[in-house]
Design a protein. Structure first.
Length: 531
């Protein structure tokens, strides 16, 4: 891909994603639709997915961003359902879809059909995270979907390698496949465990936020490449390192955290937008080589595989949720009794994405004997239609389904109360510590400055409680909205004076930047107190 097509892809996808934020349509769906439309605009080049770019260069940062935003403690609490979905379901879907394709498509070898099954088996991390954020799923369901999507790529890639080895004539066996999977999983986790401590140590000992954020951008690529170099799972290595760093992020200085949050939000936004646009742009590339499978037959195969993918998810999820409760008294004691609604949403939210397409494009053109890979173009087509089908059908209907099922959302009132209690405890400890410090002559401060420290603590403690108050009957604003607006207007007035002084040559641009940065930090603090 040349420089100009790449710039057009990034800029165009960013524009579409920005437009999507002002519509009720989730951004992934609008981006895919835009890609489909643009792919047939005259003069638009073919954007062919290169697995050598997607897997090592796009997947690691997306996984890293999703994992650092996840909760290690929540994932550990949901370890059983996450493992049953990320490992058990992917293997089940590989066999179910592969066997169905073998029965449906004449002359398609079972090994090639299992390759297709492995390719379309994993729900996509990007799609699951993007849709879960938009529709406001209950926290437990969101944790399960995010946890599954972080790990299932490793299972699918390993299953794909085993099925591919059999398809091209390398004599793979089930025992060998299981061994390869265990080695890849153990190696990926091992690499992550080895890398996470020295990387975290380095992050906490670098004193410049710029260097720390440069390291942060390199971490997912280093973890992925190091693990893949010895045929371990790069996906698991990235996830293990990112979960550890996210869990210990409080040990890094505040400047790094502020910059890192902004940097990774930008990276995730650009990559997610480009990835979904790329999915839509693949249509001409996929159709170009379809050959003998064109027309009604291809449409029938696509519909059949899509239905098998959707149904197999339900077939696996309900037993995976309810059987452990039936078989274990300990599970029944520790966990609430689930209703049928949660598993239904988990089943329906399993959308496929760019990883499936990237794996499909990595299928070789020929087998060991030199003959063409059987049904390669059909596998590409069925992967594409499955990805589009799940994104469009399930993505469009998911918000409506959640509203229809009346799933309980997050309890904002309870969360605010918990936040207020936590802040109150922290403020009490901080006040005691402040008084101890001020009692020491070495820390003597003029009374106005000492009072200012106490006022800051009091403001921080009261800010959360104020969010529980009534809204302004005139403006309709909550207390924190009014506080944020007034703070912004006061700071804006100061900012205008500084600019006027610079324009009048009373201060220079360097001093202006220093003063503006101070105001920016104060505005950010006011916004965070109220947000």
């Amino acid at each position: 891909m040349g420089v100009m097509p790449l710039l057009l892809l990034v800029a165009g996808s960013a524009v579409v994603a920005a437009v999507a934020r002002r519509t009720p349509v989730p951004a992934p769906l609008l981006l895919v639709a835009a890609g489909l439309v643009v792919s047939y605009v005259p003069g638009v080049p073919d954007y062919t997915l290169d697995p050598h770019i997607v897997l090592p260069l796009i997947l690691p940062p997306l996984l890293h961003s999703a994992a650092t935003d996840s909760s290690y403690l929540d994932l550990r609490a949901q370890l059983r359902p996450v493992a049953l979905l990320s490992v058990g379901y992917v293997l089940f879907a590989t066999v179910a879809v592969g066997w169905a394709a073998y029965l449906i498509v004449p002359d398609l070898p079972l090994t090639a059909a299992l390759v297709l099954g492995a390719v379309v088996a994993p729900p996509d991390a990007v799609a699951a995270t993007a849709v879960a954020r938009r529709v406001g799923l209950p926290s437990r369901i969101t944790t399960i979907l995010q946890g599954e999507s972080l790990v299932n790529d490793a299972t699918a890639i390993t299953a794909y390698r085993v099925a591919l080895a059999a398809a091209v004539g390398e004599g793979a066996t089930w025992a060998g496949g299981i061994g390869e999977f265990l080695l890849a999983a153990a190696g990926g986790i091992g690499f992550g465990l080895v890398l996470m401590v020295p990387i975290h140590w380095l992050r906490t000992h670098l004193k410049e936020a710029l260097l720390q954020n440069t390291l942060s951008l390199l971490i997912p690529f280093v973890a992925y490449a190091a693990a893949e170099q010895v045929h371990a799972s790069g996906v698991l290595a990235v996830v293990v390192v990112a979960l550890f760093l996210g869990h210990r992020a409080w040990e890094v200085d505040f400047a790094t955290r502020l910059q890192e949050e902004a940097v990774w939000k930008m990276v995730a936004f650009v990559l997610e937008s480009a990835v979904f646009a790329l999915i839509g742009l693949q249509l001409p590339v996929v159709l170009k080589g379809l050959g003998e499978y064109e027309g009604v037959r291809a449409a029938w195969y696509a519909l059949a595989v899509f239905l098998v993918v959707v149904v197999s998810r339900f077939v696996w999820v309900y037993p995976a949720i309810f059987l452990p409760r039936m078989l274990s008294a300990r599970v029944r004691e520790r966990e609430e009794n689930p209703t049928w609604k949660g598993p239904f949403i988990i089943s329906w939210a399993a959308m496929r994405g760019v990883v499936s397409l990237a794996i499909a494009f990595s299928i070789p053109l020929t087998v060991h004997g030199g003959e063409e890979f059987p049904g390669r173009n059909l596998v590409l087509f069925l992967t594409f239609t499955t990805v589009i089908g799940t994104l469009v059908v399930q993505g469009v209907t998911l918000p409506t389904l959640i509203r229809a099922l009346k799933l309980p959302g997050r309890d904002v009132q309870a969360e605010t109360l918990a936040e207020a209690n936590a802040q109150a405890q922290a403020s009490r400890v901080a006040e005691q510590h402040l008084e101890e410090l001020l009692s020491d002559e070495r820390n003597a401060l003029p009374p106005p400055l000492a009072d200012r420290l106490r006022t800051v603590l009091e403001r921080r403690r009261n800010a959360v409680w104020e969010r529980l108050g009534q809204v302004n009957p005139i403006t309709g604003e909550s207390v924190d909205d009014t506080y944020r607006r007034l703070s912004r207007e006061m700071i804006g007035a100061e900012r205008a004076v500084f600019v006027k002084l610079r324009d009048g040559r009373y201060i220079d641009d360097e001093m202006l930047r220093t003063l503006l940065r101070r105001l920016d930090l104060e505005e950010a603090a006011a916004y965070r107190e109220a947000a």
